[in-house]
Design a protein around this ligand. Structure first.
Ligand SMILES: [Mn+2]
Length: 312
């Protein structure tokens, strides 16, 4: 931790990196870090490779500063919530601090601050800020709350414990705008996302004694509904509420033959093991991967169901 603070002190222009297709944890942690660095009178930039960022998160402080080009003058980069280098969306040439909570993190930074016991990167940062006697103002508290809210699946995920509630309780005491976060992160949906949801549930199949819910989404369906990649998340998670379902699998065809896979699970099935087999990673209950070869969704589906058969 002291090494991180030292590097920050020495740097003049710090670039924060949120992962591609960023969620509220990656954006919330970068947003909180942005305020922290401004308090230290640093020049700060915020980089995220994705051109389309979910606008419902635009309430996060400094959101309007996000750029999809990496500034050349940066002499220190800090990646937030990025499990591997691919998630950065850029080849980082300067010094890099990697702050994350993914158990699959590949420690790609010059300095790695990876805490897999934490529910979110924002929770890692909360402890980091407290330990470094930072002033956690309303902006920081709100950004941290938003990340914890999202990564904990609105405090419903299996790894939520008393510490999670103690942390958010303190954040609310510090002024976190929790009602705003709840409304924006949990309750705001676009028409496109609802259209996509109906398509996804219509085509969902249940495999292996209805223990696995499978969604295959084509590029055409994404285009027709106008939905974003992140909009696939809600139906995927909801399918886990079905009585027998233990694992939910999404395979989404993207441009250039890329297939994006996402796995979610209930009750101790470790889906990060499966994602790792396909060059991805993640957490026990939530993992993903990308395949860049010419292979059909159907073939990938069969391979994964084979692997799952052994796990279930
Ligand atoms: Mn996270």
């Amino acid at each position: 931790m002291n090494e991180i603070l030292e590097k920050i002190e020495k740097a003049t222009h710090i670039v924060l990196i949120s992962h591609v297709n960023p969620d509220a944890d990656s954006l919330g942690s970068a947003s909180a870090m942005y305020t922290f660095l401004l308090q230290k009178h640093k020049k700060v930039s915020w980089f995220c490779k994705s051109e389309q960022i979910n606008q419902k998160l635009s309430f996060l402080p400094w959101f309007e500063k996000i750029k999809s080009t990496f500034p050349l003058s940066g002499d220190l980069a800090i990646s937030l919530d990025c499990a591997n280098e691919k998630r950065l969306g850029v080849q980082v040439e300067c010094d890099l601090i990697n702050i994350d909570h993914h158990i699959s993190n590949t420690n790609y930074g010059n300095l790695n601050f990876v805490q897999p016991d934490f529910i979110s990167t924002t929770a890692v940062l909360y402890n980091f800020f407290k330990a470094s006697s930072a002033k956690i103002n309303i902006k920081i508290a709100t950004a941290l709350y938003a990340g914890i809210l999202d990564d904990s699946d609105a405090f419903l995920s299996q790894n939520v414990d008393g510490t999670t509630f103690a942390t958010v309780s303190e954040l609310i005491e510090l002024g976190a705008e929790h009602q705003l976060c709840n409304k924006k992160v949990l309750k705001s949906v676009s028409l496109a996302s609802l259209r996509l949801k109906s398509v996804m549930f219509k085509n969902m199949t249940l495999e292996q004694d209805a223990k696995v819910a499978v969604f295959c989404v084509s590029e055409e369906e994404m285009r027709a509904t106008g939905a974003l990649g992140v909009d696939c998340e809600a139906p995927l998670k909801e399918s886990l509420h079905l009585p027998n379902v233990k694992v939910a699998l999404l395979l989404r065809q993207k441009k250039n033959f890329t297939i994006k896979g996402s796995l979610r699970s209930n009750f101790g099935v470790d889906v990060s093991k499966i994602a790792t087999r396909f060059g991805g990673g993640g957490h026990v209950y939530r993992a993903g991967f990308e395949i860049d070869e010419i292979i059909s969704l159907e073939e990938v589906k069969i391979k994964i169901l084979d692997l799952l058969e052994k796990e279930l």
